[in-house]
Design a protein around this ligand. Structure first.
Ligand code: HSE
Length: 439
């Protein structure tokens, strides 16, 4: 028999409790022994009252789980970073295996947690932390273990993808789409973590570590979210054949790695361009396997609970065989690897979409293109939309590959021109066809 202690009966906790309770026999058959939800700790009395559990299963204090010597696996589902960190570290120190869905916790404190787990020889599993129900962590830790991962493009936040889908398909503004996402229960009352790309960055930090066997490192990941997106740019991007997605991007050039989160233009025929609504998807390339696409629900009660329970079963299987720490949390022997550097954003080379608001006069384009040229930025396509309204007309450009530092410097200079109404808007493009076009 394996005993599970669950801390936190929020949406995901309720889903986990449901699966462990309603599928007890089914899971026992899979595991070969009984998997018991021994105790659930929840601080909120209403949630405790509403839980469909036996009174002896319910506790109000985390301590009731930490202090129970019969509990083998502790599942942390309270979210946040401070209390969760203390809890997880204490569970590890007491020799318990831990399952968590907490990406923020891992992104901020993952190195300490994994080091403690190694010292105490316990497992820490976190399948639900990235892309909810999609078994992406398992794929990176095990299924793709023979590969050097070359690049990963991820739609890792369902809230942002829902908002962007509403903006592009229904022509909504950002605030209309956000209100709609809140009404549908996709976005939180305070949506900052999602819409500013922070949740995506937490998840990317975990993917980078898994992909390249390097310590978790959130700080150098460049992040921008979707809250400033103007529907005009979605429309212009569409005219150039692009969809706009909030992408987590990481790429390995052999010496340094790129890791960045930002709204990105991708060709409309790219598989990720057709991922709509609140779904998540990851398109990654391994050197042996080639491209892989994983797609599914990255949030919600049952998809996330599905991932949490898969971790519980996996650890349960170890326990029934008397083994532990069989697969390292990041899938590699970190002691044999040196930490990888993340390239500063200024050193990234990519293609750009730029929208200027400029006077509609002879010579305007030549002034703008002169500054771009001075900074080694070559224009691949340009359109001017309509005639001047309120003193400015939108001019939209697609560039060939350029260095980010050059692009920023050029735009600083262009925004000083009297013929331009700042700030000029720019977004990065990921389009292999554009690279080919330059050659
Ligand atoms: N808030 C996240 C999303 C789910 O919208 O995808 C949990 O990471």
């Amino acid at each position: 028999m394996i005993n599970v202690g669950l801390i936190g009966l929020g949406t995901v906790g309720q889903g986990v409790a449901r699966l462990l309770t309603e599928r007890r026999e089914f899971l026992a058959r899979r595991l070969g022994t009984d998997l018991v939800l021994k105790k659930v700790a929840e601080i909120n009395p209403e949630r405790r009252a509403q839980a469909n559990l036996k009174p002896e299963q319910i506790a109000s204090r985390d301590r009731d789980i930490l202090d129970d010597p019969e509990i083998d696996i502790i599942v942390e589902l309270i979210g946040g970073t401070d209390v969760a960190r203390e809890l997880v570290l204490e569970a590890i120190a007491r020799g318990r295996h831990v399952v968590t869905a907490n990406k923020a916790l891992l992104a901020h404190h993952g190195n300490d947690i994994l080091a403690a787990a190694a010292r105490h020889e316990v497992d820490v599993a976190f399948e639900a932390a990235v892309c909810g129900g999609v078994p992406l962590i398992l794929a990176l830790r095990q299924g793709l273990a023979a590969n050097h991962i070359q690049e990963i493009f991820g739609i890792l936040n369902g809230t942002c993808n829902y908002i962007l889908t509403q903006m592009s398909q229904q022509g909504m503004s950002y605030s209309q789409a956000l209100a709609e996402a809140q009404q549908q229960g996709y976005a939180e009352a305070d949506p900052t973590l999602d819409v500013e790309g922070i949740d995506t960055a937490h998840k990317l930090a975990i993917l980078v570590s898994l992909a390249y066997c390097t310590p978790l490192n959130l700080e150098p990941i460049a992040v921008s979210g979707i809250s400033k997106l103007d529907p005009l740019d979605l429309q212009f991007a569409g005219e150039f054949g692009y969809a706009v997605k909030l992408l987590a991007i990481t790429r390995n050039d052999g010496s340094t790695i790129e890791a960045r989160v930002h709204p990105t233009l991708i060709p409309r025929d790219h598989m990720l361009a057709n991922v709509s609504g609140a779904f998540n998807a990851v398109y990654l390339t391994g050197d042996a396997v080639g491209p892989i696409l994983l797609y599914g629900q990255g949030a919600g009660m049952m998809p996330t609970a599905s991932a949490v329970v898969s971790d519980i079963l996996d650890l349960g299987r170890n326990l029934t065989r008397g083994v532990k720490c069989r697969v390292p949390p990041l899938g590699c022997n970190a002691a044999l690897e040196s930490p990888r550097q993340i390239k500063p954003l200024d050193e990234v080379v990519t293609n750009y979409y730029i929208r200027f608001a400029a006077w509609d006069r002879p010579g305007v384009l030549s002034q703008i293109s002169g500054i771009l040229g001075k900074h080694q930025i070559s224009i691949a396509a340009v359109i001017q939309k309509g005639r001047e309204v309120k003193g400015a007309v939108p001019i939209v450009m697609i560039t060939h590959e350029a260095l980010e530092a050059n692009m920023r410097q050029a735009l600083l200079e262009i925004d000083q021109l009297p013929i331009v109404s700042p700030p000029t808007v720019f977004y990065r493009i990921e389009d292999p066809h554009l690279h080919a076009a330059q050659i």
